[in-house]
Write a protein that binds this ligand. Structure first.
Ligand code: FRU
Length: 430
């Protein structure tokens, strides 16, 4: 069915991406220390998110900070570089809890294994159900890499806590939310490298309805896309679009919940046209998420150096777009180029999977750090991360962002809870 929403996606253009500059100190992650601490010796840990409300704010539960992480057992994958790079086939969603948002205890697996429809669990969101005391909806991506399937899915349960820790009950069934339809978003038969994952539900303040962002690709046959002026933007004289540009076809997807949120029914969604596409620019815009701030709508997404196309380049990191007219745009790239926080060129793969919360705190994981003195682009030796990076903070100022603060490794903040409870501010003095 063709959507009633007939708007065109906004384009992240080639001309925008030509403005990406590595190592600008306002849009670059700090260089991570070689002796960074590892949170969990038994597990590789990567994509992570705090327990949050559907309106975005990070929450605590009975005084505990809670976060989910994609994890894999080092004993299963191998506790070395090969094991780390092999982790995706062993990924499941675990949770951690903490008294102070800094020191974390692993709590175990969230989803009951019997509820798993496919071998792997990839990223999503962990959300307190609005209007309930302790119902939690766990959105995730149900993945089978062997047959190229990935389906945004949800399982519901309850959260519990006492003085000694946090635990969950339920999560015994999975509901598939929606699939790549080949009409709004590319499916596996159009594009064997299609991406369709990372559900991020939210309430749109403008209409009070529940929507879900996700990572997708522009529908159509891979390799057949023609780059028009719309995708190119205002190119400098003599610039010719690079070969292979059309292999970049990332899309920030959106769907609207049709079934009842209050009843926890996530089975029916209306697929809508993408919010932003990167046709001609980049093939992956992952973990898209939204922040509503000062009357503006900020859309963030993570992307890789390796997924740029047509000779374009930019660092691994978090990119963003801003709209003055609400969730449906039109969007323009933040900082003119779209780059919000990239890795420094001296450590180009040090962090990934950045998540920006409504207060501007940005959480990410450590991927690989080149050994000192080696060529950072092709290091002979490097240290594998598999643990959380220092949390940083950015200021959102109209259509620009600035790196302003660096905090502890894996630190999470839940500002609104402190304000509501009149507790002393638990953040370390900075
Ligand atoms: C981002 C990502 C997500 C995916 C997960 C799989 O780091 O690629 O898109 O859900 O990692 O590990």
């Amino acid at each position: 069915m063709v959507s009633s929403n007939a708007r065109l996606p906004s384009a992240w253009t080639i001309a925008d991406a030509l403005k990406v500059r590595a190592d600008d100190p306002t849009t670059t992650m700090p260089v991570i220390a070689q002796n960074f601490p590892v949170m969990d010796d038994a597990l590789w840990q990567w994509d992570t998110g705090a327990l949050r409300r559907i309106t975005g704010e990070t929450v605590t539960f009975k005084g505990w900070y809670v976060m989910w992480s994609l994890v894999a057992e080092r004993a299963q994958t191998g506790d070395d570089a090969a094991g780390w790079h092999n982790r995706n086939a062993f990924a499941f969603i675990g949770y951690y809890y903490s008294r102070n948002g800094i020191d974390w205890t692993f709590g175990g697996r969230l989803l009951n294994t019997s509820a798993d429809l496919r071998p792997d669990e990839w990223s999503g969101s962990l959300i307190m159900r609005r209007g309930s005391e302790n119902v939690v909806d766990m959105f995730y991506t149900s993945v089978n890499t062997d047959v190229n399937q990935s389906v945004p899915s949800v399982s519901s349960g309850t959260i519990h806590a006492d003085d000694s820790g946090v635990w969950f009950e339920g999560f015994t069934a999975t509901t598939e939310m929606f699939s790549a339809d080949g009409l709004h978003y590319a499916n596996a038969s159009q594009d064997p490298y299609f991406d369709f994952r990372d559900p991020h539900p939210f309430i749109n303040p403008a209409d009070g309805q529940v929507y879900c962002l996700f990572e997708g690709n522009v529908p159509g046959m891979r390799g057949d896309f023609v780059i028009t002026d719309r995708e190119a933007g205002h190119l400098p004289p003599g610039y010719t679009v690079g070969e292979g540009a059309g292999y970049g076809a990332a899309a920030i997807g959106i769907a609207r919940l049709v079934s009842s949120y209050a009843q926890g029914d996530f089975s029916r969604w209306e697929m809508l046209p993408a919010l932003v596409t990167a046709l001609g620019v980049n093939d992956q815009t992952e973990r898209p998420h939204v922040v509503f701030s000062n009357g503006l709508t900020y859309l963030f997404t993570i992307s890789h150096h390796s997924t740029y196309t047509g000779g374009l380049a930019g660092p691994d990191g978090v990119y963003g777009f801003v709209s003055r007219h609400g969730i449906f745009g039109p969007y323009t790239p933040l900082n003119s180029s779209g780059l919000v926080l990239g890795n420094p060129s001296s450590a180009p793969y040090e962090t990934y999977s950045h998540f920006v919360d409504p207060l501007g705190y940005v959480q990410s994981f450590i991927d690989t750090l080149p050994a000192p003195g080696t060529d950072p682009q092709a290091p002979a030796t490097y240290r594998i991360g598999g643990t959380l990076a220092p949390t940083v903070r950015i200021a959102l100022e109209d259509d620009r962002t600035f790196l302003t603060e660096v905090h502890d490794y894996g630190q999470i903040f839940a500002f609104d809870e402190w304000a509501a409870s009149n507790q002393p501010d638990p953040r370390p003095a900075t």
